[in-house]
Design a protein around this ligand. Structure first.
Ligand SMILES: *[C@@H]1O[C@H](CO)[C@@H](O)[C@H](O)[C@H]1NC(C)=O
Ligand SMILES: *[C@@H]1O[C@H](CO)[C@@H](O)[C@H](O)[C@H]1NC(C)=O
Ligand SMILES: *[C@@H]1O[C@H](CO)[C@@H](O)[C@H](O)[C@H]1NC(C)=O
Ligand SMILES: *[C@@H]1O[C@H](CO)[C@@H](O)[C@H](O)[C@H]1NC(C)=O
Ligand SMILES: *[C@@H]1O[C@H](CO)[C@@H](O)[C@H](O)[C@H]1NC(C)=O
Ligand SMILES: *[C@@H]1O[C@H](CO)[C@@H](O)[C@H](O)[C@H]1NC(C)=O
Length: 471
């Protein structure tokens, strides 16, 4: 009696139901896939809500890897058009596409067969902890999904050689669009090809709605299976209820976490621990990842309300399932969990509270014929890491988020996702009182500028490799 993970087939059709506004807004698709678990620590147990017993999944590894999700753009590249799926990644700054066959990859961009491609004679190499990608910079025509004009001519790297990077996607995506600050880019060009959002604004935007580069852009990531309602918008959010957190330093979207609350109670730790050695917004990572001690405290406080839940669940190795698949049973499960709130420091030294509901941090996993019958199953979407605090897609998906690079700030407003009802709230601003001033919570890095070259590869490593590692 095998238990199989039924992955929903990638549904990549452009979402025709989005309102056609004057703004440059492209639909995003959510792809669910299983990232290989290198360390041999797959999800292997299931527990029914309200019960103590844990079912071991058959052979200890029914899910051979880690259920992941990525938010993607469906792009057509080259002439004739080749369709590729590109992950949106605010944790790196390069646009790269697989350019050759790699194990596990069923599709890649064949540069030789595009008549419109122009090589830029620049080698781009991005090494990282367990692999690398290397290729040449090129420009080519790129057509866009949704009801927008196009195509544009964009600069991207064609990865002729790679190891580890694209395998992580197991065929789900073949390219990655980096949207972080220029500083993290390995392919800085004199032509300023750089950031894809700027390319779109330059070639398609009207300056009134998109601004001039570096342009602000917005992400709305929705949690449903295909991510219905998700989009990237070039330009401001056009919302009056937006509250802003400040960007501490312009490489990743680095923020300062002043407090973390489970329900109404603060974790009560020295807030420097929350930001050790950095806290970043990263759409390329599925979970929220926190320093180990902070993760342990969150698990403890959430677990205090769910005493029968064990470490396997909180460490992402076990699933929690409702007793049957009914809406009421699932609602009962979700209602039993507290909200988790992150307070971020604002540009005027106050804080804004971003309250995540359990619908957001409990991530649905589809199991076929589980011991739970047909119950809905969830993974704990807050995990631990040694790479600092990473507020991944699980965090972002609660909100409409505006990335304002020029203003060095990040705006949050409630999202308009179809399933957004019970979800997150943006509260504040409220005064922030700390012993030595508001920036006290930021972790002090001895020499940030000097460490950039060392840390740049981590942009890639976190986007993929850490999406697989289970701690
Ligand atoms: C468990 O693993 C063994 C050896 O790999 C295999 O022969 C067996 O069919 C597996 N059982 C199930 C139920 O998948
Ligand atoms: C590429 O995508 C477009 C738009 O979704 C579609 O019309 C076309 O058939 C696709 N081409 C291939 C070869 O899949
Ligand atoms: C902003 O919102 C207002 C009111 O909803 C709308 O009239 C206007 O066209 C929007 N502007 C842009 C650039 O989308
Ligand atoms: C915020 O606090 C920092 C550090 O204490 C200080 O340098 C800065 O001037 C403050 N900004 C505002 C707008 O009060
Ligand atoms: C689960 O659902 C399937 C199809 O909906 C049904 O055939 C099966 O009997 C259900 N299993 C249980 C244990 O409820
Ligand atoms: C959202 O909640 C409001 C009030 O809580 C309710 O009236 C509305 O029907 C809900 N919408 C959806 C789509 O569930």
């Amino acid at each position: 009696m095998g238990i199989l993970l039924t992955l929903l087939p990638p549904v990549c059709a452009a979402l025709a139901c989005l309102p056609a506004t004057a703004a440059l807004q492209l639909p995003l698709t959510r792809l669910n896939f299983v990232a290989p678990a290198k360390s041999g620590l797959p999800v292997d147990s299931v527990q029914l809500f309200g019960q103590r017993g844990v079912f071991q999944l058959v052979n200890g590894s029914a899910i051979h890897g880690r259920p992941e999700a990525a938010y993607c753009l469906r792009l057509g590249v080259g002439t004739p058009r080749q369709n590729i799926t590109a992950k949106l990644d605010t944790g790196s700054s390069d646009f790269v596409t697989a350019g050759a066959k790699t194990p596990g990859l069923d599709r890649w961009f064949d540069a030789k067969s595009s008549s419109s491609l122009v090589w830029q004679h620049q080698l781009v190499r991005t090494p990282y902890t367990t692999g690398f990608w290397e290729g040449h910079l090129a420009t080519d025509v790129v057509s866009l999904p949704g009801p927008v004009p196009g195509p544009v001519r964009a600069a991207f790297s064609v990865a002729e050689r790679s190891s580890g990077y694209f395998q992580a996607a197991a065929g789900a995506w073949q390219a990655s669009v980096g949207l972080a600050f220029e500083r993290l880019s390995n392919a800085r060009t004199a032509a300023g090809g750089g950031n894809f959002a700027d390319t779109l604004a330059r070639q398609l935007g009207d300056a009134m709605s998109t601004g001039s580069p570096p342009v602000p852009f917005c992400l709305q990531l929705c949690g449903g299976d295909a991510g219905l309602g998700s989009f990237i918008r070039i330009g401001r959010a056009n919302r009056t209820d937006m509250l802003y957190a400040s960007v501490r330093w312009d490489w990743y979207y680095e923020v300062v976490i002043a407090d973390i609350k489970v329900g109404q109670s603060s974790l009560g730790m020295d807030c420097k621990e929350y930001n050790m050695d950095k806290a970043i917004l990263h759409s390329g990572v599925g979970d929220i990842r926190l320093p180990a001690r902070v993760h342990a405290r969150v698990a403890q406080q959430v677990g205090a309300q769910q005493p029968e839940l064990g470490n396997r669940f909180f460490n992402g190795l076990g699933l929690l399932c409702s007793s049957d698949g009914s809406l009421e049973a699932t609602k009962r499960l979700l209602d039993a969990f507290p909200s988790v709130t992150f307070s971020l420091v604002t540009p005027d030294n106050q804080t804004v509270d971003l309250e995540l509901s359990p619908t957001q941090y409990l991530r649905p996993v589809v199991l076929g014929g589980s011991p739970a019958g047909n119950g809905s199953c969830f993974r704990f979407g807050i995990q631990s890491t040694s790479d600092g605090a990473i507020l991944g897609a699980t965090f972002l998906s609660g909100f409409l988020v505006e990335f304002d690079r020029a203003g060095r700030r990040i705006g949050f407003a409630s999202s308009s996702c179809p399933e957004a009802n019970s979800s997150s709230r943006v509260l504040g601003p409220r005064p922030y009182v700390a012993i030595d001033g508001p920036q006290d919570c930021a972790f002090f890095r001895a020499d940030v500028a000097a460490s950039t070259s060392v840390l740049r590869p981590a942009a890639v490593a976190m986007a993929t490799v850490c999406a697989m590692c289970i701690l």
